[in-house]
Each structure stands twice: as C-alpha cells, then as structure tokens.
Design a binder for this molecule. Sequence first.
Ligand SMILES: Cc1cc2nc3c(=O)[nH]c(=O)nc-3n(C[C@H](O)[C@H](O)[C@H](O)COP(=O)(O)OP(=O)(O)OC[C@H]3O[C@@H](n4cnc5c(N)ncnc54)[C@H](O)[C@@H]3O)c2cc1C
Length: 465
Amino acid sequence: MLGPRGYLDQPHELTLYEYDGSVDKILPDMVVFPRNTEEVVAIVRLTAEHHIPIVGRGAGTGLSGGSIPRAGGVIIGFSRMNKILSLDAANERAVVQPGVVNLDLTYAAAPHGLFFAPDPSSQKACTLGGNVAENAGGPHTLAYGVTTNHVLGLECVLPDGTVFETGGAVPDLAGFDLTGLLTGSEGTMALVTKIIVRLVRAPEAIKTILGVFNSVDHCANTVAEITARQITPVAIEMLDGTMLRMVEQATHAGYPIDAAAVLLIELEGPRESVEEQTEQIRVICSAQNAREFRVARSNEERDLLWKGRKNAFGAIGRVSPFYYVQDGVVPRSKVAGALRFIEQTSNKHGLVISNIFHAGDGNLHPIILFDRRKTGDLERAKAAGEEILDHCIAVGGSITGEHGIGMEKNETMARLFSDATLETIRDLKSTFDPRCRLNPGKVLPTGKGCGEIRQAVLETGSVHY
Ligand SMILES: Cc1cc2nc3c(=O)[nH]c(=O)nc-3n(C[C@H](O)[C@H](O)[C@H](O)COP(=O)(O)OP(=O)(O)OC[C@H]3O[C@@H](n4cnc5c(N)ncnc54)[C@H](O)[C@@H]3O)c2cc1C
C-alpha cells in the first residue's frame, strides 16, 4: 500500500522508534510512512479493522514521550509528508505537510522577507506536525506567542478515516475554534495531514545582547526588572554556570565559563526603538551588577551566541551519558526562588541539575544529569523532577510550558486540574476518538475515570508496559 521503504517491522529497525527526547522507551509493533492524506486514511482504516492503536510521529524530538506507543501498535511517521505545498508571500501564509522541518519553512520564507515565528531550540530537526501537536514554543515565544498563534487551519484524519478541515487562510472564520482545540492535543484527537500557517515579516533591526552576572539572583531579578519597565524583548534566555561551561566547551560560542549565569536577550523592531531599548537594558543590567554587557556587532556574532543556546542539549551529551529535561512554569517574579529550590533539590538527590530556559516566560528547563546504568539513578532523577513540578504548582505555575504532557506527566495532571475539568477533556477526546485508539495513555491520568489504556488493552490484547 505504501510503496518502497513504506514501513519498518524488523526489531533492529523498530528500536530506533522506541524513544523520543525523553527518558522512557517502548517498542512499536510497526512503523509506517505514508506519502499523502489518502495513504494516512488507508492506514487508519486498516488499523481500525484490527483494533490496533496508532501514534503519530514527526521527528521524535518530543520531550514527554508523546510519540512513544504506550499501548503498542503502529507508529505513523510523517517524514515522507514533508512538502511546502504553497507559500503566499503577499498574504503572509503557507500551506505545509506535517513532516516539514520547522527551520526549512523559515528558509523558504526568507527570500520574501518573511519567517515562521515559533522557533523551538530543536527547530533544525522538529516538524511542524509535532509543533502543532505539542503547541510548541521556543526562545521567541515571549513576543510572538506559541504555535497556536501562528496556525490558521488544519486538515486532519480521524481514527475512523474521516478527513475534515478546520479554520482557513482568512482571519475570524465562523464557527467553533477547532484549530485551537486540536493544536496542543498531542496527537490524541486526530492526525494532522496539512497545516495553514501565518508567516511574519522580518523586523527592520535586531540586537542580540549577552548580560553576564556573578550572581544567579541578580541575573533572575534582571528579567523581572526588564519586563517591569515595559520593555518586551523578543527573547530572554537564561543559562546558569554549569550549563555555560558545558555549552562553551562544546560550541565555543564565546560564553564566559566562570560566570554564575548569563542572559541572552534579543530585541527586534524599528531601528530607533531597538537602540533606545538596548540602552535601557544596559542601565538595568548595570543596576543588577552585571559584570559584562555585550552587544553582538554582526550577524556572525549573533549566530554564534544563538548557536551556543540552541545546541546546548547536544553539549550535555559530552559530560553526561543521560539527562532528563524537566519543563515547568512559574510566574516571572518567582524565577529566582525556583532556581534556589532547584539547587536544594540537586543537593538533596546528589544529582547535578543545570538550567537553561526561557526566563522571560518563567518557563524553567532544569536538566537533571544521571546515569541510567547506576541503580536508582533514573528513579532519583524522576523524583527530583516531580519535586520541582510540585514547587511550580505551589507558587502558582504549571507543569509544562511547551513540552507537553505525553506519558511523562499524565498522572501529574490530576494535581493541576479538578476531576470535572479532566472529565471534560476526556469527553472531548472521546468525541474525536471514541474507541481510544489514537495515542492511548497520553495526557490524561490513567487512574479512576480514565479507562482509555484499559480499553486499548482489551481491544488489542497487547500492551508493552
Ligand atoms: C534539543 C531540543 C530542544 C527543544 N527545544 C524546544 C523548545 O524550545 N520549545 C518547545 O516547545 N519544544 C522544544 N523541544 C521539544 C520538541 O522539539 C517539540 O515538542 C517539537 O514540537 C516536537 O516535534 P517532533 O516533530 O519531533 O514531534 P514528535 O516528538 O515526533 O511528536 C510529538 C507529538 O506530536 C504528535 N504528532 C507528531 N506529528 C503528528 C501529526 N502529524 N498529527 C498528529 N500528531 C502528531 C506525536 O504523536 C507526539 O504526541 C526540544 C527538544 C529537543 C530535543
């Protein structure tokens, strides 16, 4: 049905699909690679006949186990559906297949003075289908918002093979906002086969700044000060000392290895306003005892600073065989306190935890280094992650800023939402996926009231966990 190289079913091939960017592993029974919507429909219908669970997969860079087949079954990989179907520069729109890599869309739009704003740090690899499913963010979320703010319409396939469309290229369409509902639904309601996105005009001027601090508190307070003065940079990223050393050794981006923390700040807009805001931020950094304030003087210097930030996860691989990225949110004013809590948690569990995160959004990414080969290390890493999430909830934050719930935090959802809210979400899922075949065991707690995994087990007789 799928032509040459259309599927994988050998054990050594399947092991490549048993994990994503998180720490859990489960083998799929088969991986298939459709080339168009019709083939997706055919796969969905065939698996429906045999009651087999299906899981969509983009590049597998997800950080919450979203594309792992928790209840077994078939992974539908979208890597062959990777075409930009149209790019309408005049109206700042593009229509893409879900397997298009995020950065490739910006490369295609750049000659028209446009770009695709959501830029996860994984943007060289992750796909737009994955971005839609996770409602991905990125360093520039502070000014541009997350993926949902840039998705105008979708073509989707339901688990019974029905194809339907939501939204459209024009703003303010009639009816319910199904595009908004499906964006961020983590592949549990429908498979996305086409996406209409908004492109954004490139700004007149960009300034990228590195503020260097000898104190983590001063660095964190600078973030709150900048936003309190009603300056909205497009990005405020923070890296702590441990992370700086790992990143610099790997990327030679020019980060100081003896600092306690740095801020990578980016401003965009009309030239005059960018110049003025740069000076305002210089004053704030100086008041917070920044020891250095460096403004990138060329595109090359700017690219180098971002290279350090965006290649950070790879850099960790040089010093630790395993790491666990946590994703929590706290109100911006609570960032300094949260970083102190993370340090205590690190000491308590005897695990190194480094921080690199979207500080402007209060979106923390503590990275817990561990060694899976040592007995109890993975459990301690997971326990440390849980404690950090509890802290986020306690100070009025949330359990994910952008990496989604997946199978990593579905039980934690019960700490954030009431039973009634969870039941409402489940009812919505059931409307789209009444037989719980689509990415079962994700997002919702599997405990009382949520029987989707049990349902999948009953239907398939196969479960791998
Ligand atoms: C180094 C690194 C840095 C990262 N930085 C960021 C960041 O800054 N911001 C951020 O938000 N995330 C970040 N991530 C997480 C990840 O890259 C994003 O969640 C991304 O959107 C996942 O895309 P993907 O193509 O890899 O999707 P996958 O991991 O393959 O899948 C993710 C989810 O999408 C579903 N899915 C995929 N395609 C479809 C489809 N066509 N239809 C329906 N469901 C589908 C899957 O079932 C799964 O639930 C980072 C990850 C890494 C490894």
